[in-house]
Design a protein around this ligand. Structure first.
Ligand code: SAM
Ligand code: SF4
Length: 470
């Protein structure tokens, strides 16, 4: 790592970003098509190229952008979709982010922090639905440091439901820690560490983060450098779209990814692009300054897919079922399903609780409903956690992904986890649709290098063994 920890700099060059945006105004159709042709080489795009696609206002060309993104998505990721659920551990927070219901001054919100028994209850409820990958979410509060978070992670990993359930990958979305704090999370077996910069525009950041540790823009900006120094190789970055000009945010997010790769030798494992949702007590969340229409949002996702073709794109249940269907095709590779956004939600039959939740959910369908629809549309839901457990993380993962070998691991492993799901959790309708996708996809494994190993593992899963992967 070449990065200077003693002297952290603001590497987001706002002037350069605005220059790209200015220069790209009203691009000629040939210019847009040139960028799309370059994107098809699947080597990624520069900020200047992304700015051209953002500036295009021709809806026919936007359709060409969407078609190109679909091709790249299909050719790198195939019809696989990794599924996870967020698990809120605490909604107590000492920060004051004006768009978030958990902000310290929101007196309407009922505060709750799960104790170990409550965590076990939540995890069991999620495991009984078939979940294997969780994203733990925490407010930032002096009472809850890295050691405490580590204990919550260990509780999650140690909880096993009677129905063969076990959480195999715990990702974390919590406030930035110091290197020591990240070492603590690493020792508990963290999967991906996720943190969103919210906005990369410094004045806007200062305006909407009015109290608490989170006011420190640079400490947040350098969070992944510290995480990587602590040995966490998979990190997920993102911006909260709606706070500031989406063109600036997208280019800044890409330059953050480039900077991390330049300094640490590996870029982000995933990118997230949440749109602001209405939240209790937040005027701002209901009236975001930069309105992200559905069309604009689709463009953001498609451009990201082309700009960083090998980086996972994560979509949450903030979006409606219909939007999620479209974004899946355009480039999303991981999505949450059956999500609830408050502590204790999965053990609560009354899941719609504005007085405790972080924001409103756009897709309220159950995990099984999401899976049924995916199977009907030919997708393979995946709970694969093999790369992380086999050490294929960070630059090892990227090298594999870039060489295209990922198809040799991801598809077979996805099929093995889907086989488990269909046997252990699916109802009759999902089983029927799922078996058809599974049979077709398993048939397509013939001739691949991994074919023999896959077929052997599939037989073992069918015979009752669990958690097998290549
Ligand atoms: N407290 C930690 C932090 O702020 O980094 C992590 C948890 S916080 C609940 C996770 C993310 O939720 C934030 O980074 C923010 O992007 C997102 N968020 C907050 N309010 C939101 C809203 N109204 N709509 C959509 N996403 C929101
Ligand atoms: Fe707290 Fe995170 Fe919400 Fe900000 S976004 S108020 S830090 S939970």
């Amino acid at each position: 790592m070449t990065y200077d920890f003693e002297n952290p700099q603001d590497f987001i060059d706002a002037e350069k970003i605005w220059n790209h945006i200015e220069k790209a105004q009203s691009p000629a159709p040939e210019q847009v098509r040139e960028v799309l042709a370059k994107a098809l080489e699947m080597k990624g795009l520069g900020l200047d190229d992304a700015a051209v696609l953002l500036a295009c206002e021709d809806t026919d060309l936007d359709e060409e952008l969407f078609e190109t993104a679909k091709k790249v998505k299909e050719s790198i990721y195939g019809n696989r979709m990794v599924l996870f659920a967020p698990l809120y551990i605490t909604n107590e927070c000492s920060n004051c982010c004006t768009y978030c219901a958990f902000n310290a001054t929101n007196n309407e919100l009922i505060r709750r922090t799960l104790n170990p028994d409550e965590i076990r209850q939540e995890v069991t409820a999620l495991e009984d639905l078939g979940h294997k990958r969780l994203l733990l979410v925490y407010g930032e509060h002096p009472r809850f440091g890295a050691e405490w978070m580590k204990e919550t992670m260990e509780t999650v990993y140690a909880t096993m439901s009677e129905k063969s359930g076990q959480i195999r990958r715990v990702n974390v979305n919590c406030a930035p820690l110091d290197v020591e704090g990240f070492r603590t999370l690493a020792s508990a077996g963290i999967g991906t560490y996720q943190c969103f910069q919210e906005t990369y525009h410094r004045e806007t950041y200062a305006k909407y983060h009015i109290k608490g540790k989170k006011r420190d823009f640079l400490y947040r900006l350098h969070v992944f450098h510290r995480a990587m120094k602590a040995g966490i190789e998979d990190v997920g970055m993102g911006a909260l779209f709606g706070l500031f000009d989406h063109r600036f945010e997208l280019l800044a997010l890409l330059s953050h990814a480039q900077q991390l790769e330049a300094d640490c030798g590996v870029g982000p494992h995933t990118l997230s692009f949440p749109r602001i949702e209405p939240a209790l007590g937040s005027e701002l969340a209901s009236n975001p300054p930069d309105v992200i229409t559905d069309h604009r949002f689709k463009k953001i996702v498609a451009i990201m897919r082309l700009a960083v073709p090998y980086t996972g794109l994560i979509l949450s249940t903030r979006e409606s079922a219909e939007m999620r269907r479209e974004l899946m095709e355009l480039g999303v590779s991981q999505m949450s399903a059956g999500s609830r956004t408050y502590p204790g939600a999965y053990s609560d039959p009354e899941y719609d609780r504005p007085e405790v939740q972080q924001f409103c959910i756009g897709d309220n369908r159950s995990l099984e409903d999401v899976i049924l629809e995916m199977a009907q549309n030919g997708y393979i839901p995946s709970w694969c956690t093999a790369c992380y457990r086999k050490g294929r993380t960070g630059d090892h993962f990227m090298t594999l992904a870039k060489k295209g070998f990922i198809q040799e691991f991801c598809i077979p492993n996805a099929l093995l986890t889907f086989r488990e799901y269909l046997t252990d959790y699916a109802g009759p309708e999902t089983k029927k649709a799922g078996e058809a996708v599974l049979a077709k996809s398993a048939g397509m494994m013939a001739g691949r290098k991994c074919a023999a190993e896959f077929s052997e593992l599939l037989k073992r899963v069918e015979a009752g063994e669990r958690d097998l992967y290549i």
